[in-house]
Design a protein around this ligand. Structure first.
Ligand code: EPZ
Length: 420
């Protein structure tokens, strides 16, 4: 077990430049897509994070082979020796559900443990199951496992009751090999979903977007290999932009996709920070000591990302005035509030809303991380909390952030990883 120790400084100003990693939520479906073909898939700009290790372990357990070389992974799944994603792996990472669609589509069978809930909510997968049933899969839920079978999936019209990122990704992958045409309605359009469709089309799939949230997929018999650069991580980028706004810093972020950041940049500018696009894929952030309060409501892309809610809440604790954050995606995504209150924040949760009163001076304390983005929020708070903040159970953080302490140290923060 490890922990992060941060020596906070209310006058800290981060400076210099930092390079963002590839998107965790883009690489996970891209790796799952390797199950759809017997040829090689080569993915570059991959983040070295725990979740990537977990899904590569799952691919190997299913019978695939992979080779990691720097920031590139090559995968090949000529056949499988198992069609089961164990509870142990699915419990470690609910995104393991992304092997369900590809396994049924290519091999006609999948046995995937039902992902449990997690710290941010109940996380059902009923929309994944309903969609695959529409494509002709026979699905039963027994002993905590999803048993899915289909001789060959058949194209159909599938309308998602609500926008689901991995649900859309599972159905895009399944429909790519189904017989005939599939229309997917009310799709999630997060950049990571769009990036998966780009990869699938490189593999020979026939996916086109008919409008903002409708995809038409003309099934093919077989998919081939492809090479693909994973998009950069818009949530890691957002996290570092908030670090700049929070510390009145002034630094450059490289390897970013500004076009994926519109809503986050708009809210940061409204809070008083300067955020400028510098060339093709770099952003400059310059924070202000005067942070303005504002209301935030999370919503599916292109709205304000739920994965940025906890981080932005930290910035709003330093704003003068009252801000209201409404979390509309998950039913329990305020676990970071109690820990922020221990650092001196004034936040009150009322149902799906968190009322943040600022400006509160934060002071360091021992805190515990509960999920990936809550952990990131505690790191941000520790930067500007007077004294020492110790963050325990940082394995959550390592699931989705690559060497966060090194990146922050490179910008001038006093933060180190120690044995717990
Ligand atoms: C993806 O999770 C991301 N994970 C999450 O990022 C992100 O928070 C979430 O999308 C929302 O943007 C990956 O991409 C690996 P959903 P996902 O299905 O696909 C409900 C992070 O921090 N729902 O879009 O699991 C669900 O309960 C992680 O990187 C159903 O009701 O989320 C939620 O309320 C956390 N039935 C809403 O839809 C279903 O079958 C959106 O969930 C599926 C979802």
């Amino acid at each position: 077990m490890e922990k992060l120790v941060i020596r906070g400084d209310r006058e800290l100003r981060l400076s210099g430049e930092v390079r963002m990693s590839g998107a965790k939520n883009a690489i996970l479906p891209a790796i799952a897509a390797s199950l759809l073909t017997s040829e090689e898939i080569r993915l570059s700009n991959i983040p070295r994070v725990k979740d990537v290790e977990t899904i590569l372990t799952l691919i190997a357990e299913l019978g695939g082979a992979y080779q990691v070389d720097g920031d590139t992974v090559s995968l090949r799944v000529p056949k499988i020796r198992s069609d089961e994603a164990s509870y142990e792996l699915v419990r470690a990472m609910r995104a393991s559900i992304l092997v369900l669609g590809p396994l049924v589509a290519r091999f006609g069978k999948a046995v995937v443990a039902l992902p449990g809930g997690c710290a941010i909510g109940s996380r059902p997968i009923d929309l994944h199951i309903a969609g695959l049933q529409k494509l002709g899969a026979t699905i039963s839920l027994e002993h905590g496992y999803i048993q899915a079978q289909a001789d060959r999936l058949r194209g159909a019209v599938v309308e998602f009751e609500k926008k689901t990122v991995t649900g859309t990704e599972n159905l895009l992958m399944a429909a790519a090999l189904a017989k005939g045409e599939t229309i997917l309605k009310n799709c999630a359009r997060e950049p990571e979903v769009v990036d998966l469709a780009v990869l699938l089309n490189k593999m020979g799939a026939k996916i086109e977007w008919l409008d903002a949230d409708t995809a038409r997929v003309r099934g093919v018999r077989e998919l081939g290999g492809a090479a693909h650069d994973i998009i950069s991580d818009r949530i890691e980028t957002g996290t570092f932009l908030v670090a700049g706004a929070l510390t009145a810093g002034d630094f450059l972020l490289r390897n970013v996709c500004p076009e994926h950041m519109a809503t986050v940049i708009e809210k940061l500018r409204a809070s008083g920070a300067i955020v400028e696009i510098e060339g093709e894929n770099a952003l400059r952030v310059a924070g202000s000591r005067e942070v303005k309060a504002q209301d935030i409501m999370t919503s599916p892309y292109p709205g304000f990302p739920t994965d940025m809610q906890a981080q932005f809440m930290v910035l709003l604790t330093q704003a003068t005035g009252t801000s209201i954050i409404t979390e509309t995606i998950f039913d329990r995504r305020f676990s970071h509030v109690n820990e922020l209150v221990r650092l001196g924040a004034s936040i009150e949760v009322q149902g799906d809303k968190a009322v943040v009163k600022g400006k509160t001076l934060l002071s360091g304390a021992e805190v515990i991380a509960t999920d990936l983005r809550a952990s990131a929020a505690l790191v941000l708070a520790g930067l500007v909390a007077a004294g020492e903040t110790t963050i325990n159970e940082i394995e959550h953080l390592d699931r989705g952030y690559e060497r966060i302490e090194e990146k922050l140290r490179g910008l001038g923060a006093s933060i180190e990883r120690v044995k717990a």
